[in-house]
Design a protein around this ligand. Structure first.
Ligand code: SAM
Length: 227
């Protein structure tokens, strides 16, 4: 009889060395390897093209929500006045601190994405790459990002379109299997954003399935301006 406990079974299924069934334990486990893992999912070219869509907003005071190891913050820092990076994972932030040590205009803080430690109407731009599919309540997260934007400020969210890679729930602690663009459009409107534009990113997320085969997923870039 197999008497393995649930934690061992979950760990074997998802292929990690410990149980990574929730976001915090998953990102604590992969923090040191995240930059390499992420490079197959989202390239610098895709990041820079998305930042460009936010135009002048990216040069002011900006924030990267779910900054992780600071990938988007690193793309913003050379041009922005000030970059805040928020993330719920202390382990990911430790790596971000190393990655961004050369930038005096970057401030990194542990914070949940739906409760940001900033006053209303603070930012010129707010960015979130591959964070939204980890947010338990995506609309609340979008509303919180809109709260901290100044009127005229720009939100830029890059994330996965709806997909059927159910293994990503277990393997990567994903809460949502991507999003319908119509939902994103509606949520941006409900959060008080206008001039909403949702387009394809300049590349795909080349996720590797449990069988080792690469199964590309499409990514959207959603932009909106706070009214
Ligand atoms: C897929 S990673 C993306 C990291 C980074 N944006 C990038 O492009 O490499 C998702 C990040 O969101 C963070 N995260 C997950 N849930 C969160 C929450 N509720 N509040 C803040 N950060 C969260 C994770 O710790 C992780 O760093």
């Amino acid at each position: 009889m197999d008497n393995k406990d649930n934690t061992t079974i979950a760990a074997e299924k998802c292929g990690c060395t410990g149980c990574c069934t929730d976001s915090r334990s998953y990102f604590a486990e992969v923090a040191e390897q995240w930059d390499e893992i992420r490079s197959g999912y989202f390239t610098e070219h895709m990041r820079d093209a998305a930042i460009k869509k936010a135009k002048a907003a990216s040069q002011g005071v900006v924030a990267d929500i779910g900054t992780g190891t600071g990938f988007v913050a690193a793309g913003l820092a050379p041009h922005a006045k000030k970059v805040y990076g928020f993330d719920a994972s202390p382990a990911m932030l430790d790596v971000a601190r190393r990655n961004l040590a050369g930038y005096a205009n970057v401030e990194l803080m542990e914070s949940p994405g739906d409760h940001l430690p900033l006053p209303d109407n603070t930012l010129d731009g707010v960015f979130a790459n591959m964070f939204l599919h980890h947010a338990p309540e995506p609309l609340n997260a979008i509303k919180e990002m809109a709260r901290v934007l100044k009127p005229g400020g720009v939100m830029c969210i890059t994330d996965l379109d709806t997909h059927d890679h159910t293994w990503q729930r277990e393997k990567m602690a994903d809460v949502w299997l991507g999003f319908d663009r119509e939902d994103i459009h509606r949520w941006f409107s409900e959060a008080g954003l206008s001039n909403i534009d949702i387009d394809c990113a300049e590349g795909t997320c080349d996720a590797c399935g449990p069988d080792g085969e690469v199964k590309p997923l499409s990514i959207f870039v959603a932009i909106g301006t706070k009214i």
